[in-house]
Ligand binder design. Structure first.
Ligand code: H2U
Ligand code: ZN
Length: 346
């Protein structure tokens, strides 16, 4: 038998941030594909849409009216999934029916007054303004005594359930640390306790050294397809210096983050020559007032597309019942993203 080669043979990979495994089946990328490859027509959007509830001056679904904002704009979500005032309560029936009241709040962030843009089409300086708003919101909401975690994220594209193409993201904040960041926190703390160093500092340095999964970088941040990526073109942006949140970034580092976000977003759009859908989110240390020496700031991009603008990856079957699986190796995905231009296709 030939020796094991991860570019050819089925294998599983470990995600040190979550403790989960993923099955990689590179031999299957050779199987024939008979689906259609089609590209939807490029959607022309106006800079102002009178029917958009996020455009400046327009009325929102809840009845409030947006101001005539010129840069970014943040407002309380009119349909919050979490509410600040909830009576405290707990249910526990034999440890089987367990429930708890949960307080929190939700906001919406408009990235730009221009309805036609996305992060991939915004200037680095304007993305920097978005980074500043993220940091300010994290500071302000994180300072509320009952908020222990601030989740900043963006759903982009109808395929991801995004309700409106106007460039915007969301913030959901909780009284407890939610599942994903809690698990990542446990794994980062265990790594620090065992090795005396930071998981993502070590991982980021290793990826810079190997280069194989690197998409782009600058002095302050790097974008990689993680070794353990589950989505075909999943990426992670990691700060090169050990910081636990956006608040610790210097001015130059905030610019560096805006730069890497723009360059990554442009590559994504260029991959299938569409406005590339994804869910993106920022993972930062909890705002529970505790010390979190192991927490390292990073952003996840989870795009659903697989082969073209219309062929998406489904997490079904084996993936719902066993664990995630991918055919395209993270190395091959990184190579494709790396080869793309940093100038948008249109
Ligand atoms: P998406 O980014 O996933 O499309 O969500 C948009 C959010 O905007 C959604 O949470 C809120 C919805 O509740 N929203 C308002 O707060 N006001 C509105 O007028 C419409 C939508
Ligand atoms: Zn709009």
């Amino acid at each position: 038998m030939n020796p094991f080669h991860p570019a050819d043979h089925p294998h599983r990979r470990y995600n040190p941030l979550t403790g989960e495994w993923i099955l990689v089946s590179p031999h299957r990328t050779k199987r024939p594909w008979q689906g259609q490859v089609e590209r939807p027509p490029i959607e022309e959007r106006p800079s102002y849409d009178p029917a958009c509830y996020l455009c400046p001056g327009n009325e929102r679904a809840g009845g409030a009216r947006n101001p005539d904002y010129r840069s970014t704009y943040v407002f309380d979500n009119d349909f919050m999934a979490l509410l600040p005032d909830v009576p405290t309560g707990r249910i526990d029936r034999d440890g089987l029916l367990v429930g708890e009241s949960e307080r929190g709040l939700c906001r919406v962030i408009c990235y730009s007054p221009d309805h036609s843009l996305t992060l991939a089409e915004m200037a680095t300086g304007d993305i920097r303004s978005v980074v500043d708003v993220w940091a300010e919101q994290y500071r302000e909401i994180g300072a509320l005594p009952y908020i222990r975690y601030v989740q900043i994220f963006e759903n982009k594209g109808a395929i991801m359930g995004c309700s409106n193409p106007h460039p915007h993201g969301q913030i959901w904040c909780n009284e407890t640390v939610p599942q994903e960041p809690a698990v990542e926190g446990v794994h980062q703390a265990a790594y620090l306790a065992e090795r005396g160093s930071c998981l993502l500092c070590d991982y980021g340095a290793l990826e810079m050294e190997e280069g194989e999964r690197l998409v782009c970088s600058n002095d302050h941040f790097s974008a990689v397809v993680p070794y353990w990526a589950t989505w075909p073109f999943e990426t992670m942006i990691v700060s090169r210096r050990h910081v636990a949140s956006l608040l610790e970034l210097t001015d130059a580092e905030r610019d560096g983050l805006a730069d890497v976000i723009r360059r990554l977003a442009v590559r994504y759009d260029n991959l299938f020559e569409v406005s590339f859908p994804y869910t993106m989110g920022i993972h930062q240390q909890p705002t529970d007032g505790e010390e979190h020496p192991a927490w390292h700031l990073h952003l996840h991009f989870y795009p659903p597309l697989l082969r073209s603008a219309t062929v998406r990856k489904f997490m079904v079957g084996y993936e719902m019942l066993a664990n995630p699986q991918r055919d395209l190796t993270p190395e091959a995905a990184a190579e494709r993203l790396r080869a793309l231009s940093e100038t948008r296709f249109v």
